[in-house]
Design a protein around this ligand. Structure first.
Ligand code: UDP
Ligand code: MG
Length: 310
């Protein structure tokens, strides 16, 4: 019996890569036996010819190629969610438009699903073509998040994965506004097999992720999947309360023995005040981050807005 595979492709300024992507997938299609394809290209508010490229493919292959175009840039996570919502396939895969997620891995991925896995993910074994400083921070991020979060995240794992309908439905149940897919895919559980492959460079166009964007993204990941920063605040509070308790006893004892001289100790007092207030401000900021997340979450704004869909 023929099953349907939905391919979700978030696109942001990908006019050059969309046709290449479609060709590359169509090329491996004969290797996917009894599988019918459904494409969902999501235009994440690109202002170049991205939407036109999607429309062209839709005209060429209206049965299989669908697209949705956002009213503005909502981010890759929103585009992924939109794709997952619209996909009707028995299996769903999410792939970047730039062919950094090799379509020729799909046949092998299906083999693992047949063996009983619910999901087959991919991870890069190399980070060639990436600035070393970026790789360094990426490694650091994975080390940190895996220490402080119960949700395990695999270093080098891409968003590129093949999932069963059951897992997709589980992911869709997580309708949170602050979406961090790497965490969400891991949080829902299920048996995931990771296939390794060496990094591939973009087919065309440019990455839209600046260092700053990646940095804030990783902070989001931490805030969304860990409460460790709050525990740290509590811990720091206890330590400083304990130390100041000792200091108070010390001062009282010294006063009793030597008598008091209120004018000395100005420098050390100022140092202590600055240190403690700095720490307080820092933790206020961290708490503020969580409150900000709660705020965006309770507002229940839509995750994306579609302007056009076919
Ligand atoms: N993308 C998106 N919205 C954005 C940024 C990126 O839909 O705001 C898409 C982009 O078109 C691509 C995928 O997300 O298909 C991955 O982006 P990119 O290749 O720029 O990131 P990298 O591979 O360098 O991590
Ligand atoms: Mg890319």
């Amino acid at each position: 019996m023929t099953k349907k595979l939905s391919i979700i492709v978030p696109c942001y300024f990908e006019e050059e890569t969309i046709p290449l992507f479609y060709q590359a997938v169509e090329k491996i299609k004969p290797q996917l036996t009894d599988i019918e394809l459904e494409y969902w290209f999501i235009n994440d508010g690109s202002t170049d010819g991205t939407l036109t490229a999607m429309k062209k493919l839709n005209q060429k292959d209206p049965v299989h190629v669908h697209y949705a175009s956002f009213s503005r840039n909502f981010g890759k996570e929103a585009a992924l969610y939109c794709g997952l919502k619209n996909a009707t396939g028995d299996y769903v895969t999410v792939m970047d438009a730039d062919l950094q997620d090799p379509p020729d891995m799909l046949p092998e991925m299906f083999k693992y699903l047949a063996q009983g896995y619910d999901c087959v993910g991919t991870r890069r074994t190399t980070r060639s073509g990436e600035p070393p400083i970026r790789s360094f921070f990426a490694k650091l991020f994975y080390k940190l998040i895996n220490k402080i979060s119960d949700t395990k995240m695999v270093d080098g794992a891409r968003d590129f994965r093949l999932m069963t309908r059951q897992m997709v439905d589980a992911v869709l149940e997580m309708s949170e506004y602050n979406r961090f897919s790497k965490g969400i895919f891991s949080w829902v559980g299920f048996n995931t097999k990771y296939l390794k492959y060496p990094n591939r460079e973009r087919a065309a166009g440019q990455t839209s992720w600046s260092f700053w964007k990646l940095f804030t993204y990783s902070i989001d990941g931490i805030i969304n999947f860990s409460q460790f920063p709050l525990d740290l605040a509590t811990f720091a509070g206890f330590i400083s309360a304990f130390l100041s308790g000792i200091a108070i006893i010390f001062i009282i004892v010294r006063y009793i023995i030597h008598g008091g001289d209120p004018t000395t100790g100005w420098t050390s007092t100022i140092c202590v005040i600055l240190f403690i207030s700095g720490i307080q401000l820092m933790f206020l900021g961290i708490i503020g981050k969580y409150i900000g997340k709660i705020f965006t979450e309770v507002k229940k704004r839509p995750i994306y807005i579609i302007k056009e869909k076919k």
